[in-house]
Design a protein around this ligand. Structure first.
Ligand SMILES: Cc1ncc(COP(=O)(O)O)c(C=O)c1O
Length: 382
């Protein structure tokens, strides 16, 4: 049986070109970039070339790229590091966020509230999961330590008006962070254009390796390091850098950011065909997230009267790998907080399906997936 992968928002395979770039740094060029000798110099050269590449793609200074172990760590460093700094130096103790964040953001904020005494302001979102910048304007003040809003949503695909939110934060003099772990694989990134202070990115959503990411920073970064030790990463993140993975991240990021328009045009065509077929074939279905302002590879639905996990299992048996939303939530019997925040009823939210397309998918596969979803939903409803 052919197996077809439709879960590119969970992770992607490493592109062979990316892998080839990484390989020498596991073996012959294995040096520690902090070492003085030639091995160290070679590793340092690769590290700094990767930093330069990533900083160019983000429009920030090379010193303002901090390599981390992935999107989760970047979110933790941005949020915890900034709010602890801002409380100490400015007396700011409020965090403004949204109800549609990835757990790497929402649970970090929750811990800061429960264990460190910060106050949380959760913004309303519309039925597409989008934030209105005016809602931030109403709540932002000198007490705000940080505003953090997801760029492109992992569960529902909606793209937030990050640049407009950034204007509001700039006017109030409050740092603005965005989790762009999904968005950076599909959209041009530019911290200056978007008025962003901090951005989190991970390599494995863009055909790079797992376990590596970065925090991009603009302006005058003001945050405490969360991981302390050596002076690596300009004292923002201690620990010997994982040079092969960093080289892979830079290559994957630069490939993801090239020819964006053409690739997005192709993939969104397939995605739109899939959405149209599913909405047409199946009664009692709702497209979740914004109909047009969404990640180009992202289709997500809720179906009336079914259990999303059972649907996933049925699709898997038929050779289609999809997801119920966030990869971290598979197996959880409770409805997703993100879907509930859109005003979707809990019973309906349990019937969620996320299909995210990527380099291996074809029109033929999309057609057979839509049919498989339709037949499986019908069977489950019986
Ligand atoms: C929006 C978003 N943020 C953060 C993460 C966490 O990334 P990682 O698990 O690679 O650290 C993910 C992963 O799915 C994500 O989709």
């Amino acid at each position: 049986m052919d197996r077809e992968y439709f879960d590119y928002a969970a992770t992607t395979p490493v592109n062979p070109v990316v892998l080839k770039e990484m390989l020498p740094y596991f073996s012959e060029d294995f040096g520690n970039p902090s070492s003085v000798h030639v091995w160290g110099q070679r590793a340092e050269a690769a590290l700094e070339a990767a930093r330069l590449e990533c900083s160019g793609l983000l429009n920030v200074k090379p010193d303002h790229v901090v390599f981390t172990s992935g999107g989760t760590e970047s979110d933790n460093l941005a949020i915890r590091g900034t709010v602890l700094w801002r409380r100490k130096h400015k007396g700011a103790d409020e965090i403004i966020t949204t109800p549609v964040e990835h757990h790497a953001v929402s649970l970090t904020a929750k811990q800061l509230v429960n264990e460190f005494g910060f106050k949380l302001i959760t913004l309303p979102v519309d039925s597409y999961g989008m934030v209105d910048p005016e809602e931030i304007r109403k709540r932002i003040s000198s007490r705000t330590a940080l505003v953090t809003v997801i760029y492109g949503n992992n569960e529902i695909g909606t793209i937030n008006p990050v640049d407009e939110i950034g204007v509001v934060c700039r006017e109030a003099g409050v740092p603005f962070h965005s989790d762009a772990v999904q968005a950076a694989a599909h959209l041009p990134m530019d911290l200056i254009r978007d008025n962003l202070d901090l951005i989190s990115i991970g390599a494995h959503k863009m055909y790079g390796p797992k376990g590596i990411g970065l925090l991009g920073m603009s302006g005058n970064p003001q945050l405490l390091p969360i991981q302390t030790g050596g002076g690596q990463e300009n004292h923002f993140r201690a620990g010997t850098q994982n040079v092969p993975l960093i080289v892979g991240l830079a290559k994957a990021f630069s490939m993801a950011q090239s020819d964006l328009q053409e690739r997005n045009a192709l993939i969104s065509c397939l995605r739109d065909e899939l959405i149209a077929r599913i909405l047409d074939l199946i009664p009692g279905v709702l497209l979740t997230g914004h109909p047009t302002r969404r990640l180009p590879n992202h289709a997500s639905f809720v179906f009336e009267g079914i259990d999303g996990n059972r649907l996933l299992t049925m699709l898997d048996v038929r050779g289609f790998a999809c997801s119920s939303g966030s990869a971290c939530k598979v197996g959880s019997p409770t409805p997703s907080d993100v879907l509930l925040a859109l005003g979707i009823k809990p019973e309906m939210a349990l019937g969620s399906l996320r299909i995210t397309l990527g380099s291996s998918n074809t029109l033929e596969q999309v057609v057979s997936l839509a049919e498989a979803v339709s037949e499986s939903v019908e069977k489950l409803r019986q």
